[in-house]
Structures are given as C-alpha cells and as structure tokens.
Ligand binder design. Sequence first.
Ligand code: CP
Ligand code: NVA
Length: 300
Amino acid sequence: MISVLDIAFDLEEIIDLSISLKKNRYETVDIAKNRALAMIFEKPSTRTRVSFEVAMRQLGGHSIYLNPNDMQLGRGETISDTGKVLSGFVDLIAYRAFKHENVVSLANASRVPVINALDDKEHPVQIIADFMTVKEVFGDLEGRKLAYVGDGNNMANSLMLGASSLGVDISIGCPKKYIPDKEITEISKQLAKETGSDVEIVDDPSKAVENADVVYTDVWVSMGEESEREKKEKIFSKYRVDQELMDKASKNAIFLHCLPAHRGLEVTDEVIDGIHSRVFQQAENRLHTEKAVIVYLLQN
Ligand code: CP
Ligand code: NVA
C-alpha cells in the first residue's frame, strides 16, 4: 500500500470499516493475533507511530518501532535485503521514508505488505482518516467539495487521488511554482472523469474555497525541506487559512489539517481552535483507520 492508487477501489469500504471499528472500539477482535508489524521511521512521527502501535495491540498483535540509525540499514545494508529479512519475521511493514523510491524498493523486495507511512510523494494512510472524518460529519462523500490550500506536497497528491476515487470534488489553491505532482494530477483527473467529480488547480485561495464543504491545509515546509523555510514562508503567506478565508467557503464548511500544525503560519489559532475545526476528531480517526488498514491487508 504505497499509494492511494493501491486502495482506490476499496477506499470507501476501508472508510466504512473504520467507522464500524470506531463504534466497537474496545471489542476484542483478534484478527492480528500472533502477527507483527515492523515500523521503520526515517522521520519523526506522533500520530502515525502511536496510532499504528495501539491499532496493532487492539487487534491482538504487536509492533516493533525501528529507527534506521539503530539498524544495519544505517550502516549500509540495502533496503532490498532489509525487506527480504524483515519479511521472514513480521507480517506487515510500515515505512516512513524521505524518498518514495525507497518505499517502492522495500515493497518490491518484501514478501509481506508494505504500508507507506509517508514519503516525499504521498501520505496514503492519512487521507483515509481525512475522508472518514468528512463522512462522519456530513454523512456522505460523493458530490462534496474539498479545498486544499497551501503547498502542493505529499498531502495534496494523496488528497487528489483520494477525492477523485471517491467522487469528491477537489480544488487545490497553491502558488504556480508549488503545484502538486504532474503525473498524479493527470491520474486524478482521469479517475475524476470516471467518478463524475472535478479536479481543479488554481493559484487564488479564495477561488479554491468557493462552495467548499471542507477547507484543508498542511505545513508549508515538509519534513526534509527545512532549508527552504525562509523562502517558502514568504511565498505562502497569502495562503494562510484565516477566518476571512473560511468565511468564503460554504456556511457549514469544516476545517481539517493532517497535523502537526504551525499555528500562525498556514492556519490561525482562531480557525484551528474554532467551532468549524475537526482536526482532533480527524487525528483520533487515524487509530480507527490504521486498524481498518491492518484488517484489510491481513485479510486480503
Ligand atoms: N499526520 C501525521 O502523519 O502525523 P505524524 O507526523 O505525527 O505521524
Ligand atoms: N507534508 C507534511 C505532512 C506531515 C504529516 C510533511 O511531509 O512533513
């Protein structure tokens, strides 16, 4: 599961499974009994790491957190050999990597499913929780509109693929130099044709949020891009989600953010702490969606 595309046709089923697992949160489900998940994290994480650990535990299995610097990977063992070795011990591998190619290499070498836990191109597990939250709030997905305002990064890419697979309209408001991945945009437009939805990329944030049911943003400087901070903070200051921008969306629009948020930069306190914000419900949903992903992968 290295891209949203790998689950595109089952996405709504995984969301519905997440909603049902949330209702029966403490019910014993031993689907992962005696199963193990290895989690390799090249970058920091709060939500992804903790939600996967708790999810594995609640499903009767367990997880092993691995920092590449404490592994032979950090001393030159190849990703491919690591994948072959780990496949002999564990049933699932989650990998948060700097480079998408490395997630692909691990998946190609591994005999067990590899879950992309974020890389420079996509963040597939995050968008399941995002669209689950939208479905919880509005009761449906098809025909809704999500506006993503900010950097055309891994979140923008995965949200475009997710929205177009689910029949949700998506409008990305970002500077021309920071548009999402071209190939992913093309694939999303193709998917959108099939599901009868729209994919639009504009540089005016006010235009992006018109009639939007969901206003979404993410950090301007992703992990690994720290050297671009000063330049990007200047360019993106027009893309801050503040109350004025929220007021241009639909009357009942909700605000979402994958978190961590940089308050005062991509979003104001007023919006993230405001009555339309659902960011902590969205964060909690990471637990329920990780459980659904584990069930889905172990059962398929
Ligand atoms: N949203 C998300 O993936 O958060 P973490 O970096 O804390 O895992
Ligand atoms: N775009 C952000 C997402 C963090 C969950 C990053 O890659 O750092």
